[in-house]
Design a protein around this ligand. Structure first.
Ligand code: ADE
Length: 263
């Protein structure tokens, strides 16, 4: 297994490169790509930058040039449902490009000539991410996030959700827009700008993938206020701890299968 880890922003991947064993950096396609081991797992870390094209290009690069076998996307998202609060975690079960619309030639949201609008993430990876996120909230949240930051962002007891994430080339920052998206896409939990593009690339290349997002805002008029503060002081810590837990679980699984194979 070789795990590709993508985030859109530097802050969302803070600490991971520093945690890598024997890391080396390659520059390709205007991106710094870090190759090494993370908690015994062969890993490649890269920033995609923001948006669907940037994310699709990065995912393709990881598979075609760096030989990754699995892709994990971590980052932040805006809430698209009133049950999903700032500080909660959403693990994608499926992803849709909410701004894809080639109607009337093709149904709204369908990626033309694929027949697909909702791309399913890998079930095993989704379960592993749910487990890693649960372990993080149960055992590390209180010690990892500064008490003042927890108060500022009202992080009393964050929850984990699993469901539909919508991606589009738009930072959603209005009540009307997020409501309209929710009405057009039943079950929509969160919006961001990359996940569904990675999902399409992984579907077309046959690569299992997972997407996990920390909710940074409510995709309304206040969405951009304190956004970077949240990313730095909360989401960066979530992502680091969850990826560490995820890799440790995978490492333990690899060890167990070596033992049972007598290696
Ligand atoms: N990522 C985090 N918040 C977002 C929002 N409101 N819209 C799009 N992407 C986001």
């Amino acid at each position: 297994m070789r795990l590709g880890i993508i985030s859109a922003l530097h802050e969302e991947q803070q600490g991971l490169v520093e945690a890598m064993q024997s890391p080396y950096k390659l520059i390709h396609g205007m991106r710094e790509v870090w190759v090494g081991q993370l908690w015994e797992i062969d890993a490649v870390c890269v920033l995609s930058r923001i948006g669907k094209v940037a994310a699709a290009m990065t995912a393709t690069l990881l598979v075609e040039k760096f030989g990754v076998t699995h892709i994990l996307f971590t980052g932040v998202a805006g809430s698209a449902d009133k049950s999903v609060h700032v500080g909660d975690i959403v693990v994608a079960e499926s992803l849709v490009q909410h701004d894809m619309d080639a109607s009337p030639l093709f149904p709204r949201h369908e990626v033309p000539l694929t027949g697909i609008s909702h791309f399913a993430s890998d079930q095993t990876m989704a379960l592993q991410l749910l487990q890693a996120a649960g372990d993080f909230l149960d055992t590390e949240l209180a010690t990892t996030i500064d008490v003042q930051e927890r108060a500022v962002f009202a992080l009393q007891s964050p929850r984990i959700h699993r469901g539909l994430i919508g991606s589009g080339d738009q930072f959603v920052g209005s009540r009307e827009r997020i409501q309209a998206l929710g009405e057009a896409l039943p079950g929509l939990l969160a919006v961001e700008m990359e996940g569904a593009a990675v999902a399409q690339v992984c579907f077309e290349l046959g690569i299992p993938f997972g997407v996990i997002r920390t909710i940074s805002d409510n995709a309304n008029e206040n969405a951009a206020t304190d956004f970077m503060r949240f990313v730095k002081s909360v989401a960066a810590r979530y992502a680091f701890c969850i990826v560490r837990q995820f890799c440790r679980q995978l490492g333990a699984g690899v060890q167990a299968s070596k033992v049972s194979a007598g290696m």
